[in-house]
Design a protein around this ligand. Structure first.
Ligand code: G
Ligand code: G
Ligand code: MN
Ligand code: NA
Length: 253
């Protein structure tokens, strides 16, 4: 309860900070983009992870304000990075409560115009369950954004209960395969074959595939072998602050 009033204040008093985790092309090690991940620099409790306040923000509806702040902030930072010759993309997590609002498309358009970020540098990450909950409203909204060049990713793919048949109907560009599948590829033959089937299906549907939570070289090697194009995880980098992003982009690969 105390944290709730606190969070409202934090959003207005600049106590929230973004960290950014790179996505990496598996063949070359080249950075393709970053995912924005929010943290709360609490004056008393120190740096709080989203696990300790995002669920509360979801329950109270504060997540709309929180994620709107994240969207604008991430676009502003990405606009600076787009002048880099690598032009990395920025991925932002979007919650159900944002997507169902009638002004969602307008908010995204404003974040782009105010920051100067080109639409093709922005990816919106949405979980399967969120899209499937409200297909009628969400699909046309996502289509509108994609028409502008924004990319849509399904986050934590494989953890929902959706039928695969639905996937072909969705206006999406990227599948982010959940860490729980990547955890199994090096040690468990059955787990590996399921993960390989997901990656192959993603290819067939002309989607880009991101393997999440890659922690060790064996997993990266296995993913290269099954032609997964992109990885994300501690193996390459933890989420880092803005200075860390500049360091990663100027480091020789
Ligand atoms: O950043 P990890 O480093 O600890 O994030 C933990 C969880 O919090 C993840 O499931 C992630 O999707 C979620 N999360 C991180 N940043 C945001 C955000 O800006 N908005 C929302 N809604 N969730 C976020
Ligand atoms: O739910 P979502 O995929 O948006 O959140 C990504 C979460 O996964 C963040 O909490 C991020 O810090 C975490 N993460 C990213 N890479 C790794 C990894 O290699 N290992 C573990 N354990 N967590 C990771
Ligand atoms: Mn995500
Ligand atoms: Na994920």
């Amino acid at each position: 309860l105390e944290l709730r009033a606190d969070l409202q204040r934090a959003i207005f008093q600049n106590e929230l900070v973004l960290h950014y985790q790179p996505t990496v092309e598996l063949e070359t090690g080249r950075i393709t983009g970053f995912e924005a991940l929010v943290r709360w620099q609490h004056p008393v409790r120190g740096l709080l992870s989203p696990a300790s306040f995002v669920p509360m923000a979801e329950e109270t509806g504060l997540v709309v304000q929180l994620n709107t702040w994240v969207l604008f902030q991430a676009c502003r930072f990405a606009a600076v990075l787009q002048n880099d010759w690598r032009r990395p993309t920025m991925s932002v997590n979007i919650s159900a409560q944002q997507l169902v609002r009638t002004d969602f498309v307008e908010q995204v358009n404003r974040a782009l115009s105010e920051s100067g970020l080109s639409a093709d540098r922005l990816t919106l990450e949405i979980t399967e369950s969120v899209v499937l909950q409200d297909l009628e409203d969400v699909v046309p909204r996502l289509s509108q954004l994609r028409d502008r060049g924004i990319r849509v990713a399904i986050d934590d793919f494989g953890t929902g209960y959706s039928s695969l048949a639905y996937l072909t109907e969705l206006p999406i560009d990227v599948l982010k395969v959940d860490k729980s599948f990547i955890d199994r590829v090096a040690s468990d033959a059955q787990g590996a074959s399921v993960t390989e089937a997901i990656i192959s299906m993603s290819h067939t549907m002309n989607l880009s595939t991101v393997a999440e939570g890659v922690e060790v070289a064996e997993q990266a090697a296995w993913l290269r072998q099954v032609r997964c194009p992109i990885g994300q995880g501690y193996y390459w980098s933890r989420p880092v602050d803005e200075n860390g992003v500049h360091d990663l982009l100027t480091r020789p690969t």
